[in-house]
Design a protein around this ligand. Structure first.
Ligand SMILES: *Cc1c(COP(=O)(O)O)cnc(C)c1O
Length: 352
């Protein structure tokens, strides 16, 4: 009954998330989830939150969580915005800060939700090709533009842009907002949060979904100048007063309270990433150096989609994007040791 739709709905091309299979026992390396459980402190906290207070609305401002994040990153509470996953934080950012007369710029190979938000909010955009090594070159952004957004490390390549380059980009674009989407920064990069007090045009967005093993809790946040955060609050409060439920608020606080399990998990994933990179290279794959919890790899002799299908036949799912420039690459999430061993064995069978 699509004749009843608002006109804009006809023009939308929604984001397609990686598959969440309904059968168990699959080795799931397709959506960059963390293979390790969240901190036991988070689980304990969530059990305690399950009480009769659930009849009450949560704090609409989630102040306790904002304060915990502010303390962790040594900024002020009014420099922190929180949302129902960083996808929601990104949505509010697009609407509140990135819709201008001049186009928004982002790399051609990047998080595929960006063009989707542009469609939803009617934002004019221009994509800037990453170079042949899939790197973002900050000198490629001289066009007239209203704002700039990119992930760091980039997705789905895992390529990291140095903090010095981000600083220079912020300097050269001091009169427009620059958004750095740091979904994977904890796996080996240095956060641009270090620059938020130096630049009033910078917004850094992070998520608890990847490095903190909490994709199912839906918590993301943004850090930036208080005036930018106020813009986000205005949009949020025009949309949903209570995006953060009691579980999300208290579970997220507990996660920041367990630094040890966070550090151990990140380091284990980095070690496994290095092992997997070595194995892939021995099998003849070209592997983009990754600073994330996945690797992006192609093989000169074997078709990427075919490898993905053969892995699937062996109950391992990885992500394949049928898109220009990257249709010969696979994005493989770093699993636990057992999953990694099985992946490597399956690839050895396929590549021979
Ligand atoms: C996973 C991811 C997100 C979204 O994370 P959620 O907090 O789970 O919504 C945002 N940006 C990038 C680049 C991602 O890879």
């Amino acid at each position: 009954m699509s004749q009843f739709w608002s006109p804009i709905v006809h023009s939308l091309t929604p984001y397609v998330p990686g598959e969440q299979p309904k059968v168990d026992k699959l080795i799931k390396l397709n959506t960059n989830e963390n293979p390790y459980p969240p901190s036991v402190k988070v689980i304990e906290t969530l059990k305690q939150v399950a009480d009769d207070k659930l009849r009450l609305y949560p704090d609409p401002n989630a102040d306790a969580l904002k304060q915990r994040i502010a303390d962790y990153y040594k900024v002020e509470r009014n420099q922190v915005f929180v949302g129902n996953g960083s996808d929601e934080v990104l949505a509010h950012t697009f609407q509140a800060l990135l819709k201008h007369e001049k186009p928004l710029l982002f790399p051609d190979i990047t998080y595929s939700f960006y063009p989707v938000y542009c469609g939803l909010f009617g934002i004019d955009y221009l994509t800037i090709p990453v170079n042949d090594e899939f790197a973002i070159n900050i000198n490629d952004y001289p066009q007239e533009s209203g704002a700039i957004i990119f992930p760091n490390p980039n997705a789905p390549t895992g390529k990291l842009l140095a903090l010095e380059d981000i600083r220079q980009l912020l300097r050269e674009h001091a009169h427009k907002v620059v958004v750095v989407d740091e979904a994977y920064i904890d796996f080996g990069g240095t956060s641009a949060i270090a620059l938020v007090n130096e630049f009033n045009n910078l917004i850094v967005i992070q998520t608890l979904s990847k490095s903190r093993s909490l994709a199912g809790l839906r918590v993301g946040f943004a850090i930036g100048h208080s005036a930018l955060i106020e813009g986000l609050e205005r949009v949020k409060n025009s949309f949903n007063s209570y995006p953060m439920d009691r579980f999300a608020i208290h579970g997220a606080i507990a996660s920041f309270d367990d630094e040890e399990s966070f550090q151990t998990t990140c380091q284990t994933i980095i070690d496994t990433r290095n092992e997997l990179t070595n194995t892939l290279e021995k099998l003849g794959f070209n592997v983009i150096p990754s600073a994330a919890n996945f690797v992006f790899a192609s093989h000169p002799e074997f078709d990427a989609e075919e490898i993905a299908q053969k892995l699937r036949d062996r109950a391992i799912i990885v992500r394949y994007f049928n898109k220009p420039r990257i249709d010969q690459y696979l994005r493989i999430t770093i699993g636990n040791n057992d999953e990694n061993t099985k992946l490597c064995a399956a690839l050895k069978e396929i590549i021979c």
